[in-house]
Design a protein around this ligand. Structure first.
Ligand code: FAD
Length: 478
């Protein structure tokens, strides 16, 4: 048991336990079929995609409508039982871990797209709808929901709102928050609010809807979501651009942006990442010896327009030492390029099943310095660090691989390495998480990124909304 788990147990003593009386009340709310109490059946709900952490809830409950969520929440609040909301469990910061035991509330039965409103360009959906399925459904109507976390085939839209998820297209289109127009939410006392709606503008009072977005399930349970849609771009082209140095790739990226060219995505992969993807996919990547690759996606209305843009990009990047510009305009070639990028996470897990996945952000101009710092940390701590990510918006996924090193050494070294890395990131004007959230695993580092008065305000907001600290305790704050 690690130190984090021990402190959670101390906290748990302040809460009441789920007893038979509470279980009976829960059965009367949702029905016996939607309550899980057996350890074997609860196991899948005891962890998410955050490695090495596992906490067993006392009970898993699967309400089927908002009234049931509200009744369960009221019961938890009255009985002082901790409650953790869970979407699809793909989180990378432990937000859905039931750290204090208690009730795990799974939204899995909220899995319907309620309406695609073509007149207002809006989608109304329940939270457990898988993000990629929502995207496909709106695309069938010629519409477009841009946020595209790499986990889009498995994560839920409710989890995306709770984490304010980003993705490769954030550079041009922004993150989940920018598409959120309406929410139905259940507060920790069980009250239900409808916030916003099928409207783009709303300055009627404090913006509670966007406060809930990114609150990692600590302020309210999301039961319905209204999202803004765009017309779907008609054409797309993808470019793979190899460079002989990371610095050249960053300079070229900045030069493209200075020309006011805004690609849908600008992804970066360093050589170590490419080699891991090659080994995993068992196929050779183009220009495998290049130190860095940019993967650029352009979208627009007409092929001729895109052609002009990528020719201009070609001229710009060749001034910054690009080794080539490979253009993919048909679907199969585009998929081949994206296979490499999409496989990176699994490829690195295959290379080192134990690894730390961070998603730091720095101003774009500081990316070369970030890579120099990572190189120094790699040498100082003798740990392999492999990075890739969204270079267009300065959000870099830093992977620290345990590899063959001893478990004790890894556990001893990692906190110091992370502390030093996060301090450097903040010194560079950045922050410790761009999309994965703070959750359970990064809370001790939050004071590095948020100053003391702001942290005190955040805690005051949490206390005001959830005075008993019932909803998703042990998250975000120490
Ligand atoms: C391979 C891989 C790639 C990834 N790539 C990206 C990426 O590119 N960009 C990105 O942003 N993230 C990425 N993620 C992280 C993860 O997919 C996102 O954080 C996603 O938004 C989580 O959604 P989920 O449904 O799985 O939520 P869960 O993991 O179930 O929960 C996440 C948090 O949201 C809360 N929550 C869930 N549903 C609700 C609800 N209805 N109401 C209130 N709170 C709720 C939970 O309590 C928890 O705190 C990736 C993960 C993996 C495994």
């Amino acid at each position: 048991m690690n130190a984090g788990n021990i402190s959670a147990l101390k906290e748990r003593m302040d809460y009441n336990q789920v007893n038979n009386h509470i279980l009976k009340k829960m059965v009367s709310i949702v029905g016996e079929k939607y309550l899980i109490t057996l350890d074997g059946d609860k196991e899948p709900y005891s962890h998410d995609e955050t490695l090495h952490h596992k906490f067993m809830p006392a009970v898993v409950v699967k309400p089927g409508n908002t009234a049931e969520v509200s009744a369960i929440m009221k019961l938890a609040n009255a009985e002082k039982i901790p409650l953790t909301p869970r979407g699809a469990g793909t989180g990378l910061s432990g937000g859905a871990l039931p750290v204090c035991g208690g009730i795990l509330l799974s939204l899995e039965r909220f899995d319907k797209i309620l309406e695609i409103d073509e007149e207002n360009l809006m989608a109304v959906t329940q939270p457990a709808v898988i993000t990629g399925q929502l995207q496909k459904a709106v695309e069938e109507k010629g519409l477009f929901y841009p946020p595209d976390p790499a986990s889009l085939d498995s994560c839920s839209i409710g989890g995306n709102i709770a984490e304010n998820a980003g993705g490769a297209r954030a550079f041009k289109y922004g993150v989940t928050r920018h598409y959120l127009c309406g929410l139905e939410a259940v507060w920790p006392n069980g009250d239900i609010s409808r916030l916003g709606g099928r409207i783009i503008k709303d300055v009627s009072g404090y913006d509670l809807m966007h406060l809930i977005c990114g609150s990692e399930g600590t302020l309210a349970i999301i039961t319905e979501i209204t999202l803004r849609l765009l017309p779907k771009p008609k054409v797309q082209a993808d470019l793979l651009i190899p460079f002989s140095s990371i610095e050249d790739a960053v300079k070229a990226t900045n030069a493209v942006i200075r020309e006011r060219i805004i690609p849908a995505t600008m992804e970066f992969m360093e050589k170590k990442a490419i080699l891991a993807a090659e080994a995993f996919l068992e196929k050779k990547a183009p220009y495998r010896e290049a130190e860095a690759h940019l993967l650029v996606q352009l979208d627009g209305e007409a092929r001729e327009d895109l052609q002009k843009i990528y020719e201009r990009i070609g001229e710009i990047v060749s001034d910054y030492g690009a080794l080539d510009v490979l253009v993919a305009e048909d679907r199969p070639s585009q998929e081949r390029l994206w296979d490499i990028r999409r496989s990176l996470s699994e490829a690195l897990t295959a290379k080192s099943p134990v690894r730390e996945r961070e998603d730091v952000v720095v101003p774009k101009s500081k990316i070369p310095q970030l890579f120099k710092e990572l190189e120094l940390l790699q040498k100082k701590y003798s740990m392999e660090i492999v990075s890739f990510g969204h270079i267009g918006d300065g959000n870099i996924h830093v992977n620290i691989l345990k590899g063959e090193s001893q478990t004790e050494k890894w556990q001893e070294i990692l906190p110091g390495l992370l502390d030093e890395m996060f301090k450097k990131v903040v010194e560079l004007g950045g922050t410790i998480s761009g999309e994965h959230g703070i959750g359970y695993v990064k809370k001790k580092y939050l004071p590095l990124a948020v100053d003391a008065p702001a942290l005190a305000m955040m805690k005051a907001v949490k206390r005001a909304i959830d005075p008993q600290n019932i909803l998703n305790p042990e998250k975000i704050f120490l």
